[in-house]
Design a protein around this ligand. Sequence first.
Ligand SMILES: Cc1cc2nc3c(=O)[nH]c(=O)nc-3n(C[C@H](O)[C@H](O)[C@H](O)COP(=O)(O)OP(=O)(O)OC[C@H]3O[C@@H](n4cnc5c(N)ncnc54)[C@H](O)[C@@H]3O)c2cc1C
Length: 389
Amino acid sequence: MDNIVIVGAGQGGLQAAISLRQDGFTGRITLIGGEEGLPYQRPPLSKAYLKTGDAGALRLRPASFFAKAGIDLIGGLWVDHIDRNAQTVMAGDRVFPYDHLILATGTRNLRPPIPGLDRALDLRTLQDASRLRAALDRPKRCAVIGGGFIGLEFAAVAAGLGHDVTIAEAAPRLMARAVSPAMSERFHALHRDLGTTLHLNAPVTDVTEDGITLQDGSAIGADVVLLAAGVRPNTHLAKVAGLPVENGIVVDAFLLTNDPAISALGDCAVFPNPNTGQPVRLESVQAATDHARLISRRITGKSRDPYAAVPWFWSDQADAKLQIAGLAAPDDEALAGADGTIWRFAGDRLSAVETVNNAKTHMQARKRLAGVPIDRAALFGTGFDISAV
Ligand SMILES: Cc1cc2nc3c(=O)[nH]c(=O)nc-3n(C[C@H](O)[C@H](O)[C@H](O)COP(=O)(O)OP(=O)(O)OC[C@H]3O[C@@H](n4cnc5c(N)ncnc54)[C@H](O)[C@@H]3O)c2cc1C
């Protein structure tokens, strides 16, 4: 194999290019990204960057790295077509042949059909974050549509900077897709203590010049409205090329699509959950980078193992670092430990561990979840000391 093209120069696309070189691939690597500039990290966009405005600190690698590593980085170019027969990708009138293609196209913001939504700002790209930062140049009333990770991280920073913040969440609790009810409660209290007003079961029905309107008719005055209502995977290219697409580009346990010359990774890929075999799509730096490493090892022949990495995630909200090791289904049982750790169980098997400001337990959980399944009774027997199971 001489020629690998990667579409999407975000966290996972870049990692794939880096890993291929580290794993000894000597052929051509072309990394094509629609956004201008060098690949950067998104997590700080809703955290440190909003405070500092330091775009340089987000960069994943300096410009000099790409020349040194022999990676052809092409920024500001949108790939618009894949010709699977010819094994080429097209971007306008430019054509890139590939022996293997890696799709790392990520996600875009979900835009619900709410009248006036074009008045709301997004927080997905550096450009979005810079626009949002500029809008917070003096004390403002901010309304956040969505009480998930990104909306809450923004809310914590904005409240900390002295803005007046209101969150409207359609679900009955915060971060409902990702954490236990007890953890939602804990973060609800945290945001309330920061002075933020929270509305649950409160879908937004309108964005007006004066702010937002909730389903119950109440109007919330706002100068800045942030849309943080989730994302959709960028699957269009794959779909038009005839690759299977569900809630993402479908790949197998080796992160291959049903075309042996095309892999997909990260936020845009649906892969089999190693524990359950059920299709899952994750939106995390961990998944994007671990997917990339596996694809590289497979391409370079370093490993033939299926994907089995333990998922993990973090979110920083004010002084609370939430960390999740493993992956729980929404109805997995949740048991609270004395130190505030939440232990999730699928039947009798430990599925995930949610911690706050407890890196030690988080790291131990990541390590132990990678081994043999952990039984509830065994964990209970140690008084929930995961290092002793
Ligand atoms: C504000 C914010 C905060 C976050 N915080 C956290 C956090 O605390 N912890 C965590 O684990 N994760 C966090 N995430 C999620 C994390 O950033 C993503 O999971 C990760 O970036 C996914 O990597 P990826 O490579 O799959 O996609 P991305 O990094 O999104 O990269 C995809 C790239 O593909 C490009 N692209 C798409 N289509 C095309 C095309 N046709 N042609 C060319 N280029 C294309 C896009 O422009 C984009 O640059 C956060 C995300 C955001 C937005």
